[in-house]
Ligand binder design. Structure first.
Ligand SMILES: Nc1nc2c(c(=O)[nH]1)N[C@H]1C(S)=C(S)[C@@H](COP(=O)(O)O)O[C@H]1N2
Ligand SMILES: [Mo]
Length: 153
């Protein structure tokens, strides 16, 4: 199962889990950031920075899962965000192909399992609140809700 990477709404990369994690400069065991969870993870922000070579950061990321659960998260909440990709040296049993953890996030609900799309978004108007939920039925931030609705029309 591949991971699709977008800049705003433009698909720019399609990667296997192996390709994705090999690009990442900073790996660690996830329990350094999320006590009680085991496995190997990489830092999301430095993955983006080392790949994109852009001088400024996105304003938000949006992640979308196989089951159409999604989350939109302001960049400022992602300081310790990590992508879990391996447990016991094997692919994830729960959350395959990859799972996001957002230790500085506003809710555990942002720890999206089974991510297949990551959007790096530059749009200040999306505001400072994170949002999550199933596609088209988001229940947290009105701004995020409007944005996702607009994009799905
Ligand atoms: N793909 C996907 N990820 C998801 C969800 C979901 O329904 N689908 N639920 C979220 C919510 S609301 C919570 S509280 C956590 C629960 O994580 P857990 O299954 O490890 O307890 O996963 C989040 N990640
Ligand atoms: Mo949740």
């Amino acid at each position: 199962m591949n991971i699709h990477i977008f800049e705003n709404e433009t698909e720019v990369l399609v990667l296997s889990v192996e390709q994705l994690q090999k690009m990442a400069p900073h790996h660690f065991t996830i329990n350094e950031r999320v006590p009680g969870i085991e496995g190997r993870a990489f830092d999301l922000a430095t993955w983006y920075e080392s790949w994109s070579k852009k001088s400024t950061n996105p304003t938000h990321i949006k992640v979308e899962a196989v089951d159409e659960f999604q989350a939109m998260i302001p960049w400022d909440e992602l300081d310790s965000a990590a992508i879990l990709y391996e447990q016991n040296e094997k692919p994830l049993k729960k959350g395959f192909p990859i799972r996001l953890y957002v230790p500085d996030g506003s809710s555990d609900c942002l720890n999206v399992k089974s991510i297949v799309k990551i959007f790096f978004i530059r749009d200040q108007s999306l505001g400072n609140e994170s949002s999550f939920g199933f596609k088209n039925t988001l229940d947290v931030s009105d701004l995020g809700k409007q944005y996702l609705k607009k994009k799905s029309e």
